[in-house]
Design a protein around this ligand. Structure first.
Ligand code: PLP
Length: 394
Protein backbone atom coordinates (compact mmCIF):
# COMPACT_ATOMS: atom_id res chain seq x y z
CA UNK A 1 0.00 0.00 0.00
CA UNK A 2 1.14 3.51 -0.76
CA UNK A 3 2.78 5.35 2.13
CA UNK A 4 0.77 8.40 1.07
CA UNK A 5 -2.64 6.76 1.36
CA UNK A 6 -4.80 6.27 4.40
CA UNK A 7 -3.98 3.27 6.62
CA UNK A 8 -6.49 0.87 8.17
CA UNK A 9 -6.78 3.10 11.23
CA UNK A 10 -7.78 6.13 9.22
CA UNK A 11 -4.42 7.93 9.38
CA UNK A 12 -2.02 9.42 6.87
CA UNK A 13 1.20 9.14 8.88
CA UNK A 14 0.31 10.89 12.13
CA UNK A 15 -2.51 12.92 10.56
CA UNK A 16 -6.20 12.12 10.13
CA UNK A 17 -8.22 9.91 12.44
CA UNK A 18 -11.70 10.70 13.71
CA UNK A 19 -11.78 13.16 16.63
CA UNK A 20 -15.51 13.47 17.12
CA UNK A 21 -17.99 13.82 19.96
CA UNK A 22 -19.25 10.47 21.17
CA UNK A 23 -22.74 11.29 19.94
CA UNK A 24 -21.49 11.37 16.35
CA UNK A 25 -19.73 8.05 16.63
CA UNK A 26 -22.54 5.86 15.22
CA UNK A 27 -22.92 8.03 12.08
CA UNK A 28 -19.23 8.12 11.29
CA UNK A 29 -18.79 4.45 12.16
CA UNK A 30 -21.57 3.46 9.73
CA UNK A 31 -19.78 5.35 6.98
CA UNK A 32 -16.37 3.96 7.87
CA UNK A 33 -17.63 0.40 7.81
CA UNK A 34 -19.40 0.71 4.49
CA UNK A 35 -17.83 3.35 2.27
CA UNK A 36 -15.18 1.27 0.55
CA UNK A 37 -17.44 -1.66 -0.12
CA UNK A 38 -20.09 0.65 -1.59
CA UNK A 39 -17.94 2.90 -3.73
CA UNK A 40 -15.76 0.10 -5.08
CA UNK A 41 -18.78 -1.93 -6.17
CA UNK A 42 -19.12 -2.22 -9.93
CA UNK A 43 -22.72 -0.94 -9.98
CA UNK A 44 -21.72 2.15 -8.02
CA UNK A 45 -18.77 2.85 -10.29
CA UNK A 46 -20.98 2.51 -13.38
CA UNK A 47 -23.59 4.88 -12.02
CA UNK A 48 -20.94 7.36 -10.83
CA UNK A 49 -19.17 7.35 -14.19
CA UNK A 50 -22.45 7.64 -16.09
CA UNK A 51 -23.44 10.76 -14.14
CA UNK A 52 -19.96 12.26 -14.44
CA UNK A 53 -20.24 11.82 -18.20
CA UNK A 54 -23.88 12.68 -18.92
CA UNK A 55 -24.60 15.19 -16.19
CA UNK A 56 -21.30 16.81 -15.19
CA UNK A 57 -19.90 16.73 -18.74
CA UNK A 58 -16.76 14.67 -18.12
CA UNK A 59 -14.12 14.01 -19.17
CA UNK A 60 -13.17 17.65 -18.75
CA UNK A 61 -10.76 18.75 -21.48
CA UNK A 62 -7.00 18.84 -20.94
CA UNK A 63 -6.24 22.04 -22.80
CA UNK A 64 -2.73 22.76 -24.11
CA UNK A 65 -2.55 26.49 -23.39
CA UNK A 66 -0.36 27.70 -26.20
CA UNK A 67 0.00 31.39 -25.46
CA UNK A 68 0.44 30.72 -21.75
CA UNK A 69 3.10 28.14 -22.63
CA UNK A 70 4.94 30.65 -24.80
CA UNK A 71 4.88 33.14 -21.98
CA UNK A 72 6.53 30.74 -19.50
CA UNK A 73 8.72 28.92 -22.01
CA UNK A 74 7.48 25.40 -21.40
CA UNK A 75 4.41 23.29 -22.18
CA UNK A 76 1.42 24.04 -19.96
CA UNK A 77 -1.83 22.13 -19.88
CA UNK A 78 -4.98 23.25 -18.10
CA UNK A 79 -7.26 20.61 -16.62
CA UNK A 80 -10.60 22.27 -17.27
CA UNK A 81 -12.67 21.60 -14.13
CA UNK A 82 -14.16 25.04 -14.80
CA UNK A 83 -16.20 23.48 -17.59
CA UNK A 84 -18.03 21.08 -15.28
CA UNK A 85 -21.72 21.58 -14.59
CA UNK A 86 -21.97 24.21 -11.80
CA UNK A 87 -18.55 25.54 -12.73
CA UNK A 88 -16.01 23.77 -10.54
CA UNK A 89 -14.62 20.44 -9.36
CA UNK A 90 -16.89 20.29 -6.30
CA UNK A 91 -19.64 18.50 -8.21
CA UNK A 92 -17.41 15.40 -8.62
CA UNK A 93 -17.57 14.88 -4.88
CA UNK A 94 -21.24 15.70 -4.36
CA UNK A 95 -22.25 13.27 -7.13
CA UNK A 96 -20.24 10.57 -5.38
CA UNK A 97 -21.67 11.31 -1.96
CA UNK A 98 -25.28 11.58 -3.11
CA UNK A 99 -25.00 8.10 -4.66
CA UNK A 100 -23.43 6.81 -1.46
CA UNK A 101 -26.25 8.37 0.58
CA UNK A 102 -28.71 6.52 -1.64
CA UNK A 103 -26.97 3.20 -1.01
CA UNK A 104 -27.04 3.89 2.74
CA UNK A 105 -30.79 4.51 2.50
CA UNK A 106 -30.53 8.17 3.57
CA UNK A 107 -33.41 10.44 2.62
CA UNK A 108 -32.15 13.76 3.86
CA UNK A 109 -28.92 15.61 3.07
CA UNK A 110 -27.18 18.29 5.08
CA UNK A 111 -24.10 20.34 4.23
CA UNK A 112 -22.20 23.36 5.43
CA UNK A 113 -21.01 26.06 3.10
CA UNK A 114 -18.84 29.16 3.32
CA UNK A 115 -18.96 31.05 0.06
CA UNK A 116 -21.81 28.86 -1.10
CA UNK A 117 -20.00 26.87 -3.79
CA UNK A 118 -20.26 23.57 -1.94
CA UNK A 119 -23.82 24.41 -0.93
CA UNK A 120 -24.74 24.91 -4.57
CA UNK A 121 -23.04 21.66 -5.63
CA UNK A 122 -24.94 19.84 -2.87
CA UNK A 123 -28.31 21.46 -3.62
CA UNK A 124 -27.78 20.54 -7.27
CA UNK A 125 -27.35 16.81 -6.68
CA UNK A 126 -30.23 16.80 -4.19
CA UNK A 127 -32.50 18.27 -6.87
CA UNK A 128 -31.16 15.67 -9.28
CA UNK A 129 -32.05 12.85 -6.90
CA UNK A 130 -35.17 14.37 -5.36
CA UNK A 131 -33.73 14.39 -1.83
CA UNK A 132 -34.41 16.88 0.92
CA UNK A 133 -31.50 19.31 1.34
CA UNK A 134 -30.58 21.57 4.25
CA UNK A 135 -27.54 23.82 3.90
CA UNK A 136 -26.06 25.59 6.92
CA UNK A 137 -24.41 28.89 6.17
CA UNK A 138 -23.08 31.68 8.37
CA UNK A 139 -25.47 34.65 8.58
CA UNK A 140 -22.70 36.97 7.37
CA UNK A 141 -21.91 34.69 4.44
CA UNK A 142 -25.60 34.61 3.49
CA UNK A 143 -25.45 38.37 3.11
CA UNK A 144 -22.16 38.33 1.22
CA UNK A 145 -23.08 35.54 -1.19
CA UNK A 146 -26.60 36.37 -2.29
CA UNK A 147 -26.40 34.81 -5.80
CA UNK A 148 -25.36 31.42 -4.39
CA UNK A 149 -28.09 31.58 -1.75
CA UNK A 150 -30.58 32.22 -4.56
CA UNK A 151 -29.22 29.25 -6.55
CA UNK A 152 -29.62 26.92 -3.58
CA UNK A 153 -33.16 28.10 -2.91
CA UNK A 154 -34.11 27.75 -6.55
CA UNK A 155 -32.85 24.14 -6.39
CA UNK A 156 -35.25 23.59 -3.49
CA UNK A 157 -32.72 23.59 -0.66
CA UNK A 158 -33.43 25.11 2.71
CA UNK A 159 -30.65 27.55 3.67
CA UNK A 160 -30.32 27.86 7.44
CA UNK A 161 -28.42 30.80 8.91
CA UNK A 162 -25.79 30.07 11.56
CA UNK A 163 -26.06 33.01 13.93
CA UNK A 164 -23.52 32.05 16.61
CA UNK A 165 -19.85 33.07 16.91
CA UNK A 166 -18.39 34.85 13.91
CA UNK A 167 -21.45 33.81 11.83
CA UNK A 168 -19.22 32.27 9.14
CA UNK A 169 -18.08 28.83 7.96
CA UNK A 170 -16.95 27.31 11.25
CA UNK A 171 -20.25 28.22 12.89
CA UNK A 172 -22.14 26.71 9.96
CA UNK A 173 -20.06 23.54 10.42
CA UNK A 174 -21.00 23.38 14.09
CA UNK A 175 -24.69 23.74 13.22
CA UNK A 176 -24.46 21.00 10.61
CA UNK A 177 -22.78 18.65 13.09
CA UNK A 178 -25.49 19.38 15.64
CA UNK A 179 -28.12 18.54 13.03
CA UNK A 180 -26.37 15.26 12.21
CA UNK A 181 -26.23 14.27 15.88
CA UNK A 182 -29.98 14.89 16.12
CA UNK A 183 -30.79 13.03 12.89
CA UNK A 184 -28.45 10.04 12.81
CA UNK A 185 -30.68 7.58 10.99
CA UNK A 186 -32.12 9.30 7.94
CA UNK A 187 -29.48 11.97 7.24
CA UNK A 188 -26.15 12.01 5.37
CA UNK A 189 -23.72 14.88 5.89
CA UNK A 190 -21.94 15.84 2.65
CA UNK A 191 -18.57 17.40 3.51
CA UNK A 192 -17.15 19.49 0.67
CA UNK A 193 -13.40 18.91 0.82
CA UNK A 194 -10.77 16.38 1.93
CA UNK A 195 -11.31 17.37 5.55
CA UNK A 196 -13.34 16.08 8.49
CA UNK A 197 -13.11 12.78 10.36
CA UNK A 198 -12.04 9.56 8.65
CA UNK A 199 -13.35 8.33 6.20
CA UNK A 200 -14.22 11.70 4.63
CA UNK A 201 -10.72 12.78 3.55
CA UNK A 202 -10.04 9.46 1.84
CA UNK A 203 -13.55 9.20 0.39
CA UNK A 204 -13.57 12.71 -1.08
CA UNK A 205 -10.06 12.19 -2.53
CA UNK A 206 -11.29 9.03 -4.25
CA UNK A 207 -14.22 10.88 -5.81
CA UNK A 208 -11.96 13.72 -6.96
CA UNK A 209 -9.26 11.35 -8.23
CA UNK A 210 -11.12 11.27 -11.56
CA UNK A 211 -9.18 14.49 -12.28
CA UNK A 212 -5.78 12.81 -12.38
CA UNK A 213 -7.14 9.57 -13.86
CA UNK A 214 -8.38 11.53 -16.88
CA UNK A 215 -5.24 13.67 -16.99
CA UNK A 216 -3.04 10.58 -17.37
CA UNK A 217 -5.05 9.30 -20.31
CA UNK A 218 -5.27 12.68 -21.96
CA UNK A 219 -1.54 13.38 -21.56
CA UNK A 220 -0.72 10.02 -23.07
CA UNK A 221 -2.91 10.75 -26.09
CA UNK A 222 -1.51 14.25 -26.56
CA UNK A 223 2.15 13.78 -25.74
CA UNK A 224 2.95 10.08 -25.67
CA UNK A 225 3.72 10.13 -21.96
CA UNK A 226 1.16 9.84 -19.23
CA UNK A 227 3.03 11.57 -16.43
CA UNK A 228 3.65 15.32 -16.30
CA UNK A 229 6.78 16.83 -14.76
CA UNK A 230 4.64 19.05 -12.55
CA UNK A 231 1.08 18.93 -11.28
CA UNK A 232 -0.03 22.26 -9.79
CA UNK A 233 -3.23 23.03 -7.88
CA UNK A 234 -4.58 25.49 -5.32
CA UNK A 235 -5.42 24.34 -1.79
CA UNK A 236 -8.25 25.46 0.43
CA UNK A 237 -9.17 22.25 2.21
CA UNK A 238 -7.36 20.51 -0.60
CA UNK A 239 -9.86 18.50 -2.66
CA UNK A 240 -9.06 19.69 -6.19
CA UNK A 241 -5.36 19.33 -5.39
CA UNK A 242 -5.82 15.79 -4.00
CA UNK A 243 -7.78 14.91 -7.16
CA UNK A 244 -5.00 16.33 -9.32
CA UNK A 245 -2.23 14.57 -7.34
CA UNK A 246 -3.94 11.25 -6.61
CA UNK A 247 -2.66 9.00 -9.39
CA UNK A 248 0.79 10.58 -9.33
CA UNK A 249 1.48 10.19 -5.60
CA UNK A 250 3.68 7.13 -5.96
CA UNK A 251 5.66 8.45 -8.91
CA UNK A 252 8.42 10.69 -7.54
CA UNK A 253 9.22 11.94 -11.06
CA UNK A 254 5.99 13.94 -10.94
CA UNK A 255 6.59 17.01 -8.81
CA UNK A 256 3.49 18.04 -6.91
CA UNK A 257 2.95 21.73 -6.20
CA UNK A 258 0.16 22.85 -3.86
CA UNK A 259 -0.61 26.55 -3.69
CA UNK A 260 -2.10 28.19 -0.61
CA UNK A 261 -3.50 31.68 -0.26
CA UNK A 262 -1.10 34.19 1.29
CA UNK A 263 -3.84 36.86 1.35
CA UNK A 264 -2.29 40.27 1.95
CA UNK A 265 1.07 38.63 2.67
CA UNK A 266 2.03 35.52 4.65
CA UNK A 267 2.94 37.50 7.78
CA UNK A 268 0.40 40.31 7.34
CA UNK A 269 -2.06 38.82 9.81
CA UNK A 270 -4.49 38.42 6.91
CA UNK A 271 -3.58 35.17 5.24
CA UNK A 272 -4.51 31.51 4.83
CA UNK A 273 -0.99 30.12 4.33
CA UNK A 274 -1.63 27.14 6.59
CA UNK A 275 1.57 25.13 6.11
CA UNK A 276 3.77 28.13 6.91
CA UNK A 277 1.75 29.62 9.77
CA UNK A 278 0.06 26.50 11.09
CA UNK A 279 0.88 23.92 13.73
CA UNK A 280 -0.28 20.38 14.25
CA UNK A 281 -3.62 20.06 15.97
CA UNK A 282 -7.21 18.91 15.60
CA UNK A 283 -9.67 20.74 13.36
CA UNK A 284 -13.11 19.58 12.20
CA UNK A 285 -12.63 16.02 13.35
CA UNK A 286 -9.14 15.18 12.18
CA UNK A 287 -5.54 15.75 13.18
CA UNK A 288 -3.83 18.00 10.69
CA UNK A 289 -2.03 21.32 10.38
CA UNK A 290 -4.02 24.42 11.24
CA UNK A 291 -3.59 28.09 12.00
CA UNK A 292 -3.97 28.49 15.75
CA UNK A 293 -2.84 30.69 18.62
CA UNK A 294 -0.41 29.39 21.25
CA UNK A 295 -3.34 28.31 23.38
CA UNK A 296 -5.00 26.46 20.53
CA UNK A 297 -7.66 28.93 19.36
CA UNK A 298 -8.26 28.75 15.61
CA UNK A 299 -7.04 31.91 13.85
CA UNK A 300 -9.49 33.43 11.37
CA UNK A 301 -7.99 32.99 7.92
CA UNK A 302 -8.23 35.54 5.14
CA UNK A 303 -8.02 35.34 1.36
CA UNK A 304 -9.62 37.35 -1.42
CA UNK A 305 -10.88 34.01 -2.72
CA UNK A 306 -13.63 32.60 -0.55
CA UNK A 307 -12.74 29.00 -1.45
CA UNK A 308 -9.21 29.24 -0.04
CA UNK A 309 -10.24 31.05 3.12
CA UNK A 310 -9.85 28.02 5.42
CA UNK A 311 -7.65 27.77 8.53
CA UNK A 312 -6.46 24.21 7.90
CA UNK A 313 -5.67 21.67 5.20
CA UNK A 314 -6.84 18.09 4.87
CA UNK A 315 -4.80 15.47 6.77
CA UNK A 316 -3.46 13.87 3.58
CA UNK A 317 -1.99 17.25 2.59
CA UNK A 318 -0.48 17.64 6.04
CA UNK A 319 1.26 14.31 5.45
CA UNK A 320 2.39 15.19 1.91
CA UNK A 321 3.80 18.38 3.39
CA UNK A 322 5.55 16.69 6.29
CA UNK A 323 7.08 13.97 4.12
CA UNK A 324 8.11 16.51 1.49
CA UNK A 325 6.24 14.59 -1.21
CA UNK A 326 4.48 17.78 -2.29
CA UNK A 327 5.80 21.32 -2.21
CA UNK A 328 3.54 23.94 -0.57
CA UNK A 329 3.78 27.45 -1.94
CA UNK A 330 1.74 30.55 -1.24
CA UNK A 331 0.42 33.31 -3.45
CA UNK A 332 -0.93 36.71 -2.41
CA UNK A 333 -4.24 38.28 -3.42
CA UNK A 334 -2.41 40.66 -5.77
CA UNK A 335 -0.42 37.90 -7.47
CA UNK A 336 -3.56 35.81 -7.95
CA UNK A 337 -5.62 38.67 -9.36
CA UNK A 338 -2.95 39.46 -11.93
CA UNK A 339 -2.60 35.81 -12.90
CA UNK A 340 -6.36 35.66 -13.38
CA UNK A 341 -6.29 38.64 -15.70
CA UNK A 342 -3.26 37.25 -17.54
CA UNK A 343 -5.00 33.96 -18.31
CA UNK A 344 -8.07 35.84 -19.47
CA UNK A 345 -6.04 38.00 -21.84
CA UNK A 346 -3.81 35.20 -23.15
CA UNK A 347 -6.33 32.39 -23.49
CA UNK A 348 -9.82 33.87 -23.23
CA UNK A 349 -10.54 31.93 -20.04
CA UNK A 350 -11.66 33.72 -16.87
CA UNK A 351 -10.53 31.53 -13.96
CA UNK A 352 -11.97 31.39 -10.46
CA UNK A 353 -9.75 33.44 -8.15
CA UNK A 354 -8.97 30.19 -6.31
CA UNK A 355 -7.59 28.66 -9.51
CA UNK A 356 -5.72 31.90 -10.28
CA UNK A 357 -3.55 31.16 -7.24
CA UNK A 358 -2.32 27.99 -8.93
CA UNK A 359 -1.68 29.91 -12.16
CA UNK A 360 0.29 32.61 -10.32
CA UNK A 361 2.71 29.97 -9.09
CA UNK A 362 3.92 29.54 -12.70
CA UNK A 363 5.63 32.94 -12.36
CA UNK A 364 7.81 31.55 -9.58
CA UNK A 365 8.82 28.30 -11.22
CA UNK A 366 11.97 27.90 -13.29
CA UNK A 367 11.57 25.91 -16.50
CA UNK A 368 14.14 24.59 -18.94
CA UNK A 369 11.71 24.35 -21.83
CA UNK A 370 10.77 20.71 -22.24
CA UNK A 371 8.57 20.16 -19.21
CA UNK A 372 4.95 19.15 -19.22
CA UNK A 373 3.11 21.14 -16.56
CA UNK A 374 -0.53 20.47 -15.68
CA UNK A 375 -2.42 23.14 -13.77
CA UNK A 376 -5.78 22.27 -12.28
CA UNK A 377 -8.20 24.99 -13.32
CA UNK A 378 -10.53 24.19 -10.44
CA UNK A 379 -13.32 26.58 -11.37
CA UNK A 380 -14.60 29.35 -13.57
CA UNK A 381 -14.49 33.01 -12.70
CA UNK A 382 -18.09 34.06 -13.32
CA UNK A 383 -18.76 34.07 -9.58
CA UNK A 384 -15.76 36.39 -9.14
CA UNK A 385 -16.54 39.01 -11.76
CA UNK A 386 -17.51 41.62 -9.15
CA UNK A 387 -14.20 41.09 -7.37
CA UNK A 388 -12.18 41.29 -10.57
CA UNK A 389 -14.04 44.43 -11.64
CA UNK A 390 -13.54 46.15 -8.33
CA UNK A 391 -9.88 45.18 -8.20
CA UNK A 392 -8.96 46.30 -11.71
CA UNK A 393 -11.46 49.15 -11.85
CA UNK A 394 -13.03 48.02 -15.15
C1 PLP B 1 -14.00 25.41 -3.16
C2 PLP B 1 -13.04 25.73 -4.24
C3 PLP B 1 -11.65 25.53 -4.08
C4 PLP B 1 -11.03 25.09 -2.79
O1 PLP B 1 -11.42 23.84 -2.32
P1 PLP B 1 -10.44 22.59 -2.34
O2 PLP B 1 -11.14 21.59 -1.52
O3 PLP B 1 -9.13 23.02 -1.77
O4 PLP B 1 -10.28 22.18 -3.75
C5 PLP B 1 -10.82 25.77 -5.16
N1 PLP B 1 -11.30 26.21 -6.33
C6 PLP B 1 -12.63 26.43 -6.52
C7 PLP B 1 -13.08 26.92 -7.86
C8 PLP B 1 -13.53 26.19 -5.49
O5 PLP B 1 -14.84 26.42 -5.69
Amino acid sequence: MSEYQVNENGYFGNFGGAYIPEMLYPNVEELREQYLQIIQHEDFQQEFNRLLRDYVGRPSPLYPAQRLSERYGTTIFLKREDLNHTGAHKINNTIGQILLAGKLGKKRIIAETGAGQHGVATATVCALMGLQCVVYMGAIDIERQAPNVARMKMMGAEVVAATSGSKTLKDATNEALRDWINNPVDTHYIIGSVVGPHPYPDMVARFQSVISAETKKQLLEKTGRENPDYAVACVGGGSNAMGMFYHFLDNPDVKLVAVEAAGKGVYSGESAATTILGKEGVLHGSRSILMQTDDGQVIEPYSISAGLDYPGIGPQHAWLHKTGRAQYASITDDEAMHAGLLLTRLEGIIPAIESAHALAQLEKMVFNGDEHVVVCLSGRGDKDLDNYMKYFGF
